[in-house]
Structures are given as C-alpha cells and as structure tokens.
Design a binder for this molecule. Structure first.
Ligand code: NAD
Length: 364
C-alpha cells in the first residue's frame, strides 16, 4: 500500500528545510522500499501569490486524502499587511480545523550533545525526553461568546470564553494515555481546578477515563502554574503532560526552550481515529519561516527531520525506522556537526543541505 504524503513546504526557510526531509524520504523509498508517494503543493504566502488564497480547496482536498501532511513553515513580512482571512497563517488554521487535528504533540527532547545550548544547567536538561499533549481546537481560543463590548459607562470589555465538553476532554486525554503506554507509562494532567469550573470538569473526566480504560498508566494531576514551575525546576519528573489549549500553548513553549533551540523542535497534530483505526495527521517544525535567514542555506533542518520521524512513528507505525532516524540525528550531533543556530566553539559548522546529507550517512 502506498503511503500518501502531502508536502507543503510553504514560505521562507520552509522549502529549504523540507528539501532535506525529501532527501530522507527518497532514501527510505530506495533503501527500505517504504513506498512513500509524495505530492507537493502550495500553502501560505506562496499560495496567496499564485492563487489569492493561503490554501486552496484543491490542496485541502489532497490534504484530506493524504495519510500525513508534512508542513514547512508559512508567513513572512511580505504578507503581514494582508487582511486576516488572506494571511499565510490562515492555511495552518484551516488545515487544523478541516483535518480535525485536536491533539498537538510537542516533544521536548534535549540531546545531551546540546545540553549546553539550554539556559538551564546541563544536568537538569541533559537527556530530557518529555511529551506535551496540547488540546488544539477547543478552550478559550475558540469558545463563545467572544469579542469586545462597549459598556454604558464608556469602558470596553474584552470577552473570551473557556469551554470544554466531556468528549473534547476524553479524546485528547485518550491520546495522552495511549502515548504514555508507548513511553514511560506516566501521564500528568494539568488544569486550574482550584479556580476554574472547566478545570474541575477536566480533572474529573481525565480521572474517570483513567479508571475505566487506562488503570495500567500512572496518572497524576498538577495545577498548570505549578507545572510551569516544575518544568524549570525538575523537568525530568515528567513523561507525558496533557493539558488544554491555552495552558498547552504556554507550557509547550516553555518546555521547548528547555532544549535550547527552535531549530530542534518537531511537532505532530493528530485527529481522532475512525472505525478502521485511521486518522488524519500533520507534522511540522515548531519554528516559523525565519525570514531573517531564508535563502541562505543556514537554517537548521533537524526540527523538520525529527517531525518526519514522528510521522514514521505515529502515522505509519514504523517505530524502528523512527528510532533509526532519531539516532542518526544524535550521531551527527555527537560527531560535532552543528548548524549556525546551535553552533558552539570547537564544533564543525555545516549548512542546511550538509546537515541533511550527514543525517543520511548515518542511516543504515
Ligand atoms: P521564527 O520561528 O520564524 O524565527 C524566530 C528566530 O529563530 C529567528 O531569528 C530565526 O532565524 C530563528 N530560527 C527559526 N527557525 C530556525 C531554524 N530552523 N534554524 C535556525 N534558526 C531558526 O519566528 P518569527 O520570526 O516570529 O516569525 C517569522 C514568520 O513565521 C512570521 O510570519 C510568523 O507569523 C511565521 N510563523 C509561522 C509558523 C508556522 O508556520 N508554523 C510558526 C511561527 C511563526
């Protein structure tokens, strides 16, 4: 069976980093008969320039028919002044919405070779490997009522509403429990049940699901503010953290920075499974289009390469190949090769394309 991949390289450094991913996909097709079928399309500013839309219906149809979408990055100063509905970032929102990608997986992995790049002490972050599961399509970013109201006394009132239903909490918690089973079997669920009714419901629903379906997984609850502190105090205490859209936004950025560089952070966004066990997925680096370094062949492609490794693991059940790719990245770093963003004295500075080639030399 062919594995259908849609590549949306996007803007800025997107095409540069995706080029390196494509080389790796070609390697898997050649050496492992992996049968990936690649379709490349436009998304973001480049799509707006050609079609007047950040993503077209035709591309969305291909995305819906693909086994996984690999995205580079979208956006840049050229499109900053466009009206909201035409902005490159709308492509991302539409992909998330139409593919129903409600679970955002953001690993924070700190390779010991890069522990010095973190602002925390190396012993706190070296070999860190945690996974944040952020709910992506609900909560305060989407709840209604929302808006800005004029009050009779001349003041204005800004309103956003934080809502979650039982099923919205269950489905994202289920993803977290299932992931934990593949990792160190521990889930920490974060909310503010001390001050928010929706937080209390979150805690109750997670507990109920745990009792009914995931008793074998260790579950603990933590208030989200405490979690923010614990992430910098002792991040290695965590395995999988599951939390809502707002707290997940903050906590995943905080955890990401423990690892030192934006150029190293992959992510995956997943939908629910249908009856046949199939689901939609999109994989992308956490960084943006980095217009300041675009076109110079100096961007770090490892976040995109590690995102592809997540695709192998989660969309294609190719865990051994994903391990091999992760290890190839580790080996290249151990050998002392660094792109500019993670460069240290005494190491060998390499370009975007050299980094991709080096990873391939380590694949077996
Ligand atoms: P950014 O992530 O593009 O860049 C922030 C800084 O990190 C820059 O100095 C950049 O050079 C550096 N950087 C980022 N990725 C790197 C890599 N792989 N290798 C080396 N250095 C890297 O964030 P920004 O500057 O705030 O945003 C630029 C544009 O990207 C904006 O238009 C923004 O809207 C968009 N954006 C898109 C996404 C996405 O597509 N998912 C995410 C964030 C920002």
């Amino acid at each position: 069976m062919k594995k259908k991949l849609l590549i949306l390289a996007g803007d800025g450094i997107g095409p540069e980093v995706m080029n390196e991913v494509k080389k790796i996909i070609v390697w898997f097709n050649k050496k492992k008969s992996a049968d990936f079928e690649i379709t490349e399309e436009l998304a973001g500013g480049i799509s707006f320039d050609k079609h007047g839309e950040p993503i077209t219906d035709k591309v969305m149809k291909i995305a819906l028919e693909s086994d996984a979408v690999l995205l580079g990055a979208v956006g840049g100063p050229k499109w900053d002044k466009l009206e909201f509905s035409k902005k490159p970032e709308r492509a991302l929102l539409r992909l998330r919405k139409d593919l129903e990608l409600f679970a955002n997986l953001r690993p924070a992995i700190c390779f010991k070779e890069l522990a010095n790049a973190s602002t925390l002490k190396p012993e706190i972050v070296s070999d860190l490997d945690i996974m944040i599961v952020r709910e992506l399509t609900g909560g305060i970013y989407f709840g209604s009522p929302r808006g800005v109201e004029k009050l009779s006394n001349g003041e204005k009132k800004g309103i956003n509403t934080h809502t979650y239903t039982t099923s919205e909490i269950q489905r994202v918690a289920r993803v977290a429990f299932e992931l934990a089973r593949k990792r160190n079997n521990k889930v920490t669920s974060c909310e503010k049940s001390n001050v928010m009714e929706a937080g209390l419901l979150w805690r109750e629903v997670v507990e109920e699901l745990h009792k009914n379906e995931f008793k074998d997984v260790e579950l603990s609850h933590m208030l989200a503010d405490n979690c923010a502190m614990q992430l910098v105090r002792n991040p290695k205490q965590f395995d999988v953290i599951v939390t809502d859209n707002l707290f997940g936004d903050m906590l995943s950025d905080e955890a990401g920075m423990l690892t030192g560089s934006l150029g190293m952070l992959p992510s995956a966004s997943l939908s629910g499974k249908n009856k046949a066990g199939k689901f939609k997925s999109m994989y992308e680096p956490c960084h943006g289009s980095a217009p300041d370094i675009a076109g110079k062949n100096i961007a770090n492609p490892l976040a995109s390469i590690l995102s592809f490794s997540m695709a192998l693991r989660y969309s294609f059940n190719m865990d051994k190949d994903a391990d091999m790719l992760d290890n190839a990245v580790k080996d290249v770093l151990s050998d002392g090769h660094r792109t500019a963003d993670i460069m240290e004295s005494g190491k060998n500075k390499v370009s975007t394309s050299q980094m991709g080639d080096l990873v391939i030399t380590k694949l077996k």
